[in-house]
Ligand binder design. Structure first.
Ligand SMILES: [Fe+2]
Ligand SMILES: [Fe+2]
Length: 184
């Protein structure tokens, strides 16, 4: 993946990209995946009892990442875009630079979440591998494994964008705005 194009992108463009390529597709996958997992379990739990854990792991992952994405969609991304607009229009509203905003961007909670989500997917892949290796080559296991791998790759790319581009750009903007305010 060539990341250089993101250097030139505005915050709002990065937000649009992250939303379209990751948040929206993941939401729609969450609508179909639970049914696929349930039918896999129903079919194979006697043969591979460990497969039952897949439901719990996947549901936990789904719940936690949905909460994280909701926080980004509802609070973090709009706040970052707001900063960009303040900077562009130069209509400074000091109330927009709240301590709450600074806390959101400065804390490492969102970044730690990313690591937790990767771990969930690694555990799911490990579980599928164990079931798959125990028995004959079952194509449904392979299909789910491929889906999870795709989510994993998309997840890593999207975290890179948030952590390496979106958040640093936002921090830079905050500093720039603050510097300009001090001049007045
Ligand atoms: Fe995100
Ligand atoms: Fe995130």
């Amino acid at each position: 993946m060539d990341y250089s194009k993101f250097d030139k992108m505005d915050i709002s463009e990065i937000v649009d990209y992250v939303t379209a390529t990751f948040h929206v597709p993941l939401d729609s996958l969450f609508k179909s995946a639970p049914d696929n997992i349930s039918s896999l379990i129903k079919k194979y739990w006697k043969q591979y009892p460990k497969i039952v854990d897949l439901e719990k792991l996947f549901n936990e992952f789904k719940e936690k990442i949905s909460e994280h994405m909701k926080k980004e969609d509802d609070v973090i991304f709009p706040a970052a875009i707001e900063y960009e607009n303040i900077n562009k229009d130069w209509k400074i509203d000091l109330t927009k630079i709240t301590e709450e905003n600074q806390e959101i961007i400065n804390n490492t909670e969102m970044e730690n979440d990313h690591e937790d989500f990767k771990k969930y997917l690694e555990d799911i892949l490990e579980l599928l591998k164990t079931c798959w290796m125990d028995g004959e080559n079952i194509s449904e296991f392979d299909e789910i494994k491929e889906d999870i791998k795709q989510i994993y790759d998309a997840l890593v790319e999207h975290y890179d964008l948030e952590v390496r581009y979106l958040y640093p750009k936002w921090l830079e903007l905050q500093e720039e705005i603050r510097k300009n305010i001090e001049v007045f």
